[in-house]
Write a protein that binds this ligand. Structure first.
Ligand SMILES: Nc1ncnc2c1ncn2[C@@H]1O[C@H](COP(=O)(O)OP(=O)(O)O)[C@@H](O)[C@H]1O
Ligand SMILES: CC(=O)N[C@@H](CCC(=O)OP(=O)(O)O)C(=O)O
Length: 247
């Protein structure tokens, strides 16, 4: 079976993708790898929520989402962020398809903690067979939303969605592309990060906010069979590589 690479692009990163991003995608594509991109859009959702005078609240990097925020999230991710990314990648001469949870039951999910976060979920199941077929012919760009078995849409943190999907696809690598060159400690990138060191940086409040779901997602992926996980702002540089030590 072809090697699969899952790349998550944060909302900040998606507005200013460097040439190296498209070059690396092209290299992987020409090498015959399957590529799935999960896109975020957090800053864009916050911006539109503010314009619409809706509350913007995150707990540990997870957006508290009521029904109105859920509608804004769907509109922004599927109406603004995803088409723009498809356009950029298509303009780079690569075959691409935009995807969402409702395509052939692509992403099923369940509530994370409705009392705390509202209409927020985690991915529980993917339509792997159909997705693998789609990825044979084109690069997939998928939004981080899921649907419950009953059809209720859920907002999913894109880092967490990317990790679960990478696990279910038995991906070789998961790359979290963001607006910082890796996990930073005193202004320097930590090149290799174990869970013990990550816990320590978290206790010291050096790892916080949007970095928290990324750390959790990266170790979750490694624990469950993904061979390599990275956080970087440039696909040409490894940034921080996560190291899983079995306990
Ligand atoms: N130790 C850390 N190293 C680097 N970034 C950190 C750290 N702790 C918190 N952050 C924050 O995490 C942000 C990346 O998360 P986020 O804004 O959610 O990005 P994305 O939109 O790519 O998911 C960085 O811009 C930075 O502000
Ligand atoms: C539940 C939850 O937090 N969902 C995220 C989905 C988008 C996202 O994760 O975007 P970034 O990767 O750009 O942060 C949100 O509403 O912001």
């Amino acid at each position: 079976m072809k090697e699969t690479i899952v790349v998550k692009i944060g909302g900040n990163a998606s507005d200013q993708l460097p040439t190296t991003f498209f070059k690396q995608l092209e290299t992987w594509w020409l090498e015959g790898k399957q590529i799935l991109i999960i896109h975020g859009g957090g800053p864009q959702i916050s911006q539109w929520s503010e314009k619409l005078q809706l509350p913007v609240k995150k707990i540990n990097g997870i957006r508290v989402t009521n029904n109105e925020t859920l509608n804004v999230t769907k509109a922004v991710l599927l109406g603004l962020v995803q088409p723009k990314l498809c356009q950029f990648i298509g303009n780079a001469g690569l075959p691409v398809i935009g995807l969402n949870a409702s395509d052939n039951h692509l992403l099923e999910g369940k509530y994370l903690n409705q009392a705390e976060y509202g209409e927020v979920g985690q991915v529980t199941k993917i339509n792997k067979k159909w997705l693998q077929e789609e990825l044979q012919n084109q690069i997939g760009i998928l939004a981080p939303l899921a649907q419950t078995h009953e059809g209720q849409w859920l907002n999913v943190n894109a880092d967490m969605a990317a990790a679960t999907i990478a696990i279910q696809l038995h991906a070789e690598s998961l790359v979290l592309l963001t607006d910082v060159p890796g996990v930073l400690n005193s202004g320097k990138v930590v090149p290799k990060l174990t869970e013990t060191v990550a816990d320590d940086l978290f206790q010291q409040h050096i790892i916080k906010s949007g970095m928290m779901p990324k750390i959790k997602a990266s170790f979750n992926a490694l624990r469950n069979g993904v061979n390599q996980t990275f956080i970087t702002n440039d696909l040409g540089r490894p940034g921080t590589q996560f190291q899983y030590v079995e306990k």
